[in-house]
Write a protein that binds this ligand. Structure first.
Ligand code: PHE
Length: 340
């Protein structure tokens, strides 16, 4: 019997068959177990003879099964190692290298220039409350300036309030002044939205807001600050600039600034020709805005400007159509060296 079972064990070539052999020999109703039970009916002499023999049989079978099981498991592992082998010498599929979008490059560069001048960076939400985007900036609900903003409105909430996609970065002025104490010296770069699209307008665009509030701030500070920025950013000696009087409800007096350039077919050149591209609106913070945020206009004055980051990117790289920046056309990005 022993040899018979041992043969079954060696010829079992799966874990399952081996288990079946084990159950039929050593399981509760297995051949060996049944023989063990017979022991009870035997005479003491017989017990002395068969007891140890049966125990030895049981042990040797257990050992044989354990050995076989180990061998089978090794075999399975070896098969897996064979079939799951990776050839690490195969050449890899090259990954397309990513690159920083030109507008992100401009944001980084602008931030660097202004932080060197002592500004810190402030932030606000792109989905903005009407109060910060308009009312606190001295643009009350029926003010005609609201029409000029081509605002994207969100659906009314249950209280009848409509949030907006911020039409400019100026709401960050209000958030900054309401959350801190003067002096303020901040810039706020980010995305802005207006329902508008042509060669120099896209529905989503980028601005950087700047706000300085302190004692004895005047328009000379504003002008120097912007011109110093242009010198550093454009790295062109002969940047032509022009300030035009303008109107914003939140600044008084207000101005807009243009950069002299030439639109030439698919090229735009800075410091040449007699075209102008508007890049920013600016002015002295309206005393009413200071009052809205709880500051005394007799004690504090400020200047602010909001600059179109996409516009200065167009000028920097001579790209005449703003919409190309957001077309996600890899050929265009490669052509201008923005992607490898
Ligand atoms: N928020 C204005 C705009 O988007 C620009 C501006 C900013 C003007 C700050 C004055 C002061 O048109």
């Amino acid at each position: 019997l022993e040899q018979e079972i041992l043969d079954q064990i060696t010829s079992a070539n799966t874990i399952e068959t081996l288990e079946n052999v084990r159950v039929s020999a050593l399981g509760k109703k297995g051949q060996v177990s049944l023989m063990m039970r017979e022991l009870g009916k035997m005479t003491p002499e017989e017990k002395k003879e068969f007891g140890p023999k049966l125990n030895a049989l049981k042990n040797s079978l257990n050992d044989a099964i354990a050995d076989r099981r180990e061998a089978l498991e090794d075999e399975i592992l070896n098969q897996r190692l064979q079939s799951e082998k990776l050839d690490i010498t195969l050449p890899s599929v090259p990954a397309e290298p990513g690159s920083i979008h030109p507008i992100s490059q401009v944001i980084d560069e602008v931030t660097e220039i202004f932080t060197e001048m002592g500004f810190s960076v402030a932030e606000g939400p792109e989905i903005e409350e009407d109060f910060y985007n308009f009312t606190a900036l001295n643009i009350p609900p029926e003010h005609p300036a609201r029409q000029m903003h081509d605002t994207f409105y969100l659906p009314e909430d249950k209280d009848g309030n409509r949030k907006v996609l911020r039409t400019h970065t100026s709401p960050v002025q209000i958030r900054t002044m309401m959350n801190g104490k003067p002096p303020f010296r901040i810039i706020a770069p980010g995305r802005t939205y207006r329902c508008d699209s042509d060669a120099t307008h896209t529905p989503m665009f980028h601005q950087v807001e700047a706000l300085v509030v302190d004692k004895d701030i005047n328009m000379g500070h504003l002008k120097w600050c912007i011109e110093e920025f242009c010198r550093k950013f454009f790295e062109v000696d002969n940047v032509k600039t022009r300030f035009r009087p303008s109107y914003f409800p939140f600044t008084e007096p207000s101005a807009e600034m243009d950069i002299g350039c030439a639109f030439m077919g698919d090229e735009i050149r800075i410091g040449e020709g007699d075209d102008w591209l508007e890049i920013l609106g600016c002015g002295m913070v309206n005393p009413r805005v200071l009052e809205n945020v709880g500051l005394d206009p007799n004690e504090y004055q400020g200047f602010a400007f909001g600059m179109g980051l996409d516009r200065i990117a167009m000028l920097k790289w001579g790209i005449p159509d703003l919409r190309d920046f957001f077309a996600a056309d890899l050929r265009w990005l490669k052509h201008y060296g923005f992607a490898a």
